[in-house]
Design a protein around this ligand. Structure first.
Ligand code: IMP
Length: 191
């Protein structure tokens, strides 16, 4: 049975969320920095799965204990899935929502469906696999709410944006939460 997993991130929120979901299986999640891997691999894949695997393998090569890495982004149906893997690079930080609202200003309500997607890659000595999760919603017409990050102020789940939800509520609905739950199921089955 696994005990310690390195997460290929130094983002405290991601570590906390993964740690909380995997704790009931007796798994501790530590940051790549704490495991001695102070690297930032280039994410030059064309899919979330490729980028997640690039990060997990790069960190595994250094730490040699089980690693998970996630990659995520926003896919807008009316934009053929963009910004997708380029979500983080779509606009300067803090300007992504305004830019997307502007790009979608002529898109009618019924065509504003979008999904947050997340893939988590797992790598250890003997195996490597990916699990994924998504959260379907739609892009609003204005920014609302102060919580969260990235595209949260324009991503509507029901009649609120993700930036109007508490962290707990968002985690229970989010793509990352769903991917982490899929990972939990996979480990729980393995025993
Ligand atoms: P990363 O996989 O954490 O690097 O996220 C890639 C990019 O996707 C981020 O920079 C955000 O722009 C966007 N993104 C991913 N997850 C979320 C989320 O939960 N809320 C808002 N934006 C997100």
């Amino acid at each position: 049975m696994l005990k310690k997993i390195v997460m290929a991130t130094n983002n405290a929120n991601k570590l906390k969320e993964a740690g909380e979901i995997l704790a009931p299986l007796g798994i501790e999640v530590i940051s790549q920095k704490d495991a001695g891997a102070d690297i930032e691999p280039e994410e030059n894949g064309t899919t979330f799965a490729e980028n997640a695997m690039i990060k997990a393998e790069a960190v595994y090569d250094i730490v040699k204990i089980p690693v998970i890495a996630d990659d995520s982004g926003l896919c807008v149906n009316a934009l053929d899935g963009r910004p997708g893997v380029y979500s983080a690079r779509y606009a300067p930080k803090g300007e992504e929502c305004a830019r997307l609202l502007d790009e979608m200003k002529d898109i009618p309500e019924e065509e504003r469906e979008a999904s947050f997607k997340c893939v988590i890659a797992y790598v250890d000595e003997n195996s490597r696999f990916t699990v994924d999760g998504s959260c379907v919603g739609r892009i609003g017409h204005e920014q609302r709410g102060k919580n969260g990050f990235g595209y949260d102020p324009i991503f509507m789940c029901g009649d609120r944006t993700m930036a109007e939800m508490s962290a707990e509520e968002k985690n229970s609905l989010s793509h990352r939460g769903a991917a982490l739950k899929a990972l939990y199921e996979k480990f729980a089955k393995k025993g």
